[in-house]
Design a protein around this ligand. Structure first.
Ligand code: ISL
Ligand code: CA
Length: 560
């Protein structure tokens, strides 16, 4: 095993919703410190900390105003240093979220950049003249609705913002800017961080002729082919590697939407010195309808298997996968891929955990997943906070592309706020998250779903996660074993094997609420070899027919 992080599990903390220590309704760094023993008990060794830098919070911290200081709402630099120190005692490392595709429009660089065309910071961002019709330089739409260009009166030019208007894109063509970014990242390495999660890092190299994109129904052009995986992306990452990562033994994860398998190999091939692993989004896009995630459709297990298997096969020898069902941008895992009804919530959550953690790659647990949290299904639009929801709601409704009811359906199922409601710690007021009023409502299921309850029940999903994390440290086959899909065309069961030398794992997961009987004639499955099972028992009939209960998941471990 060549990398320290390979047998570890990452836990993502979205600070504003994790634990509030001072009653202002916003989670903070001291809150994280209070909960380190909880994380240590779970057994995770790496925290991915979503941004805590100074920010006006237009996009909850993914709009950084100052890379060198901490958002007052979350605490101080000293608090963070204490967190780093204290985490060491629990053998937990910290991976910082790092957003360098864009900054806040309140960042010093942008404020300078806006002042005049001659300003030394002008070229830190992407400024363009209006086109001949006095309109934006091209037709690209922003991810958060509207044009990707914003006009600025002072210099009569537009600046590019792929996300919100308060998130201007940095100009990576500018070497001075790149040097400043590396210097800043080194500041954090010197502070003792163990790695970075690089936000939309495959967007930093833009095609320099900025052509119009294919026109979409919403009236904006699709710019993504011109800014994802652009012409100089590998050069920039190799440079970053040389300037920041080299010799520091970090874990470096690239968040990379719209990623081909070929590109993924290039990014993560250790011989190329770029990054350690990628976060792709293929499976999260299953069941997107006409208006993308806002019009969710049914999806098939066979499609999910096809996507995940392709990544498993492609990144087997070269590169490395990130394994996740959910994060702060995605719905809750159980609501999205399992069954969040009272009857099946826990059991399907356990099934998803087993399924994911036995794939090859690094598993990510998004806060609350380990206690089986589900989408809050807020009924009122006023309960949602995310700028992406609010802008898209306004736009899709005013363009009459969706009516209120249909849009609400999409929001309840897929909006980013579904995963951003506060962590449910116990059955006290506001789920023990805060003594004040939380910045976003608490899901009203907290009396049933909370950490205290999960910890008091030895059969809970929490302890299954704990076991999975432990097993990974004990059995190299979970880390290194080669993946092989079993019965790819089966529409109900996700089965696969892992092989390493004389050992083998067989993983079987029922993704339905039905009892199923499956023929596993060619596989060695016997009760004595069960490694993990989310039910107390399993029925294996003659001829290796296995009878699976709803959402049952079982793993066999064979040695030859
Ligand atoms: O969430 C998405 C779809 O709803 C993604 O398209 C997401 O916007 C994209 O993956 C980029 O996400 C990252 O960068 C954004 C930030 O808003 C997200 O929270 C972050 O994870 C801009 O910094
Ligand atoms: Ca607080």
């Amino acid at each position: 095993m060549d990398n320290w992080w390979k047998d570890k599990v990452v836990y993502q903390i979205y600070p504003r919703s994790f634990k509030d220590s001072n009653g202002d309704g916003i989670g903070d760094i001291k809150g994280i410190i209070q909960k380190l023993p909880y994380l240590a008990e779970l057994g995770i060794n790496i925290i991915w900390l979503s941004p805590v830098y100074d920010s006006p919070d237009d996009d909850n911290g993914y709009d950084i105003r100052d890379y060198y200081s901490i958002n007052e709402k979350f605490g101080t630099m000293e608090d963070l240093e204490i967190l780093f120190e204290y985490a060491k005692q629990f053998d937990i490392k910290i991976m910082m979220d790092m957003v360098v595709n864009h900054t806040s429009d309140e960042h010093y660089w942008f404020k300078e950049s806006k002042k005049s065309k001659q300003n030394p910071y002008r070229d830190y961002y992407i400024w363009k003249d209006p086109n001949e019709e006095n309109e934006p330089p091209n037709n690209w739409g922003s991810s958060f609705g509207g044009s990707a260009w914003e006009y600025d009166e002072t210099t009569k030019q537009y600046y590019l913002h792929i996300f919100g208007k308060k998130q201007p894109d940095l100009n990576w063509e500018n070497e001075k800017l790149r040097k400043e970014i590396y210097e800043m990242m080194n500041f954090w390495v010197d502070k003792g961080v163990s790695g970075f999660r690089l936000d939309v890092i495959n967007m930093i190299s833009k095609q320099q002729d900025f052509p119009d994109g294919l026109l979409r129904e919403n009236g904006w052009g699709k710019g993504s082919p011109y800014y994802y995986n652009g012409p100089r992306i590998h050069e920039f990452l190799q440079e970053m590697n040389k300037e920041v990562f080299d010799g520091n033994d970090l874990i470096v994860v690239g968040e990379m939407p719209r990623l081909s398998l070929e590109d993924a190999i290039k990014y993560t091939d250790s011989a190329r010195n770029e990054i350690d692993m990628v976060f792709h989004f293929e499976h999260t896009r299953l069941g997107e309808g006409e208006q993308g995630k806002w019009t969710p459709q049914e999806w098939n297990l066979t499609e999910l298997k096809e996507i995940l298997s392709e990544w498993q096969y492609t990144l087997n020898d070269v590169g490395w996968n990130s394994l996740y069902w959910s994060n702060h941008d995605q719905p809750r895992a159980i609501s999205r891929f399992g069954n969040d009804s009272k009857k099946y919530r826990e059991i399907s959550g356990k099934m998803l955990a087993i399924c994911l953690h036995f794939h090859k790659g690094t598993p990510y647990i998004y806060q609350g997943e380990e206690i089986g949290m589900i989408n809050p299904y807020f009924k009122k639009i006023s309960d949602y906070r995310d700028t992406e929801v609010i802008n898209n709601y306004k736009q899709l409704i005013s363009d009459r592309l969706l009516n209120h009811e249909d849009m609400m359906k999409g929001i309840k199922e897929r909006s980013r706020d579904t995963a951003r409601t506060p962590m449910q710690w116990n059955s006290q007021d506001y789920a023990g998250f805060t003594d004040g009023i939380p910045w976003i409502p608490i899901s009203d299921n907290y009396l049933i779903i909370n950490a205290e309850k999960a910890k008091n029940d030895e059969d809970s999903i929490f302890y299954l996660y704990k076991e999975l994390i432990q097993l990974r440290k004990e059995l190299p086959i979970i880390v290194e074993g080669k993946y092989d899909i079993i019965y790819p065309e089966d529409e109900d069961v996700y089965a696969f094997s892992r092989k390493l030398d004389t050992e083998e794992l067989i993983i079987i997961c029922n993704f339905t609420d039905k009892e199923l009987s499956k023929d596993l004639q060619n596989f060695k499955i016997n009760k004595e070899n069960i490694l993990i099972n989310n039910y107390d028992s399993i029925v294996i009939n003659q001829n290796n027919k296995i009878a699976l209960a709803p959402y049952q998941s079982v793993v066999f471990y064979n040695k030859f």
